[in-house]
Write a protein that binds this ligand. Structure first.
Ligand SMILES: C[S@@+](CC[C@H](N)C(=O)[O-])C[C@H]1O[C@@H](n2cnc3c(N)ncnc32)[C@H](O)[C@@H]1O
Length: 327
């Protein structure tokens, strides 16, 4: 590909912005590395040779981690771009950022447990389906706990504040299915290695919890169907038992649906069905819901039920700040 200096400058700026806005305060290693990438002509040229949607920092860092077996530093990444460029390129073309964060179940559980039981769950954008197993994990919300129902399952710590009713028993889930453009398989070593590579270097708790959740999920893998949430939801909803409360939920997914019209079409399709709709997304995804929530603490997701805002949540399920009136 011909070198475009403006494009290289834009890429450098994108990696600098990633360092300042996303990695800063979360991963000193990735913050340093992203700044170094922004100053590295060979790495920027390598990125410029990829299709535009494949130049994302998280994709490069995950792919390099997968190949090296540990997070790269600037020297090893420069070396990889020089000597293993084909392998790195192939991984970045094959994979996408499909982080599956089961700890997000800690913010969903109070809503699920408060619904008429039993439940039939559909998760759109399920990745490997680890968030489809909220009844099996353990939870520690600070002032309330729930022991894991499955032996060896992780216990997710989530700091809960506000007038939220924290469950004393897991929800009763009688049917569950996920939908994803590219389902990952908890039984595949390649897929699970990719999920691990997407976790940032200093986040050991997340890595341990992911490994424990995967080990548990392998004993009874969740079903995740290949399909598009904009086109393939209705047939899945039709499979759900009618004597259970149907819930359609998503976390960290609808930002991938780029047009607000398409997101609205999805919402209409759920609202016109019998399903309860639970959304846990950045506030920019549904600005009309965010407009009815109190001011957002920086970097939080907005949790809503049937379009009603309920709480700000930590993006990896690490906090739940409930602002809706209590029962
Ligand atoms: C960041 S992951 C989140 C996975 C999971 N919901 C979680 O919170 O751990 C986003 C997932 O959404 C899926 N996805 C994006 N657009 C989609 C669409 N139009 N239809 C179905 N799945 C989609 C991606 O393939 C990816 O697996």
């Amino acid at each position: 590909m011909a070198e475009d200096p403006d494009e290289l400058a834009r890429l450098a700026e994108r990696y600098r912005k990633f360092a300042a806005d996303e990695a800063h305060g979360v991963s000193p290693h990735y913050e340093r590395l992203a700044r170094s990438i922004a100053g590295s002509a060979p790495i920027l040229r390598f990125l410029n040779g990829l299709p535009a949607p494949r130049r994302q920092p998280n994709l490069l860092l995950g792919a390099a981690t997968l190949i090296a077996g540990r997070p790269p530093d600037i020297a090893s990444l420069t070396d990889m771009v020089a000597s293993r460029a084909d392998e790195l390129r192939a991984t970045m073309l094959k994979r996408s950022t499909q982080t599956n964060e089961p700890a997000r179940c800690a913010v969903l559980l109070p809503l699920l447990a408060a619904l008429p039981q039993p439940l039939a769950l559909i998760e759109v954008g399920a990745s490997a389906g680890l968030c489809l197993l909220p009844d099996r994990y353990g939870y520690d919300w600070g002032h309330a706990r729930l022991a894991p129902a499955s032996p060896g399952a992780p216990i997710f710590r989530c700091a809960a504040t506000g007038p939220v009713s924290l469950p004393v028993a897991p929800p009763r889930i009688v049917w569950r299915a996920g939908l994803d453009l590219n389902p990952l398989d908890v039984m595949s070593d390649e897929d699970t290695a990719w999920l691990e590579a997407l976790i940032w270097p200093e986040q050991d708790d997340r890595r341990h919890n992911l490994q424990a959740a995967l080990a548990m999920a392998r004993r009874e893998p969740p079903r995740v169907v290949r399909g598009d949430l904009l086109a393939d939801l209705a047939p899945l909803m039709a499979e759900a038992p009618t004597d259970a409360t149907l819930v359609v939920f998503h976390t960290a997914v609808l930002a991938y649906v780029s047009s607000i019209e398409a997101r609205t079409r999805f919402v209409d399709s759920v609202r016109q069905s019998r399903a309860v709709w639970i959304s846990n997304e950045t506030p920019a995804v549904f600005p009309d819901i965010a407009a009815r929530a109190p001011a957002s603490p920086r970097g939080r997701f907005l949790l809503a039920v049937d379009g009603e805002p309920k709480a700000w949540t930590g993006p990896h399920g690490q906090s739940l700040d409930w602002f809706a009136p209590g029962d």
